[in-house]
Ligand binder design. Structure first.
Ligand SMILES: C[S@@+](CC[C@H](N)C(=O)[O-])C[C@H]1O[C@@H](n2cnc3c(N)ncnc32)[C@H](O)[C@@H]1O
Length: 251
């Protein structure tokens, strides 16, 4: 999605967006933030800050925070909510041109914000993040997982087979339920009218991060408990939960 579409989500953000920053989600990001603060990192950028949900946690732990977003409306909302913290600088910038900001953060965090549908834009954004990080800098990213979407397809298909006892019928029904036509499994893009959003395979993230120059790339899952936290997807209580990719990497 481009800037104007994100602007339109700012006023009622949590109605539209399922976030890995919600309190019920066991997110390795929180422990890592504590670890980096104790390790003496000073300057942190929240890239694609949205309405700034991560900012209070960062402002309480690091001396200098840069909250960056290309959506004017998102940034205004983040500033209204968290501008009272004296150590946050708010900047409107596109991550494809991040180096224009001329800051050298020790840590860059991008929580579900590298979502540009074109893989060339994603490559540009990752290269800019790499170039912007200071020496021995750390990148932490959370990315929507395409494997998780495929996993959901399997769960729905087996459930539908249980109903019909017929594989063809179960497949027809599954395609409709999972909105198969909206997902492109080659480009990893979800498309619904004007909305186009990137998802990522694990192998793709490893490839793109290595190509951008990152080292020590580690991936984990951030799980979304079944129920409200799993958004538009159906609940399959008792089965492993759906997930986003949690990535740490160094310059
Ligand atoms: C799903 S929201 C996530 C917000 C926040 N990180 C959170 O987890 O609550 C994605 C945010 O990334 C921003 N964003 C998307 N593409 C961007 C780009 N190319 N440059 C800067 N910000 C971008 C959007 O404006 C939006 O505020």
């Amino acid at each position: 999605m481009e800037r104007e579409e994100w602007d339109s989500y700012a006023d009622d953000y949590h109605r539209f967006i399922i976030s890995p920053l919600q309190s019920k989600i066991d997110n390795p990001l929180f422990g890592e933030i504590d670890r980096l603060a104790k390790a003496g990192k000073r300057t942190v950028m929240d890239l694609g800050t949205g309405i700034g949900d991560l900012l209070p946690r960062l402002a309480a732990r690091f001396p200098e925070i840069h909250a960056v977003d290309f959506s004017r409306r998102m940034l205004e909302t983040a500033k209204e909510r968290h501008g009272h913290h004296g150590n946050i600088v708010f900047s409107q910038a596109d991550m494809r041109e991040l180096s224009k900001l001329q800051v050298r953060p020790d840590v860059i965090i991008a929580v579900n914000s590298v979502l540009l549908p074109s893989f060339r834009d994603v490559n540009d954004a990752l290269a800019e993040i790499h170039a912007t990080l200071g020496e021995e800098g750390v990148f932490i990213g959370i990315f929507p997982s395409m494997e998780s979407v495929l996993y959901n397809c399997m769960l729905v298909y087996e459930r539908e087979y249980g109903k019909f006892g017929d594989e063809k019928q179960a497949l027809r029904s599954t395609r409709r339920i999972v909105e198969r036509r909206k997902y492109n499994f080659i480009t990893c893009v979800y498309e619904d009218n004007e909305e186009r959003q990137k998802f990522f395979y694990e192998f793709e993230l490893r490839h793109r991060l290595a190509s951008a120059g990152f080292k020590n790339v580690h991936l984990k899952k951030v799980h979304y408990p079944w129920g409200e936290q799993s958004g538009d997807y159906e609940d399959f209580h008792g089965m492993p939960e759906m997930w986003d990719w949690y990535v740490t990497a160094t310059k």
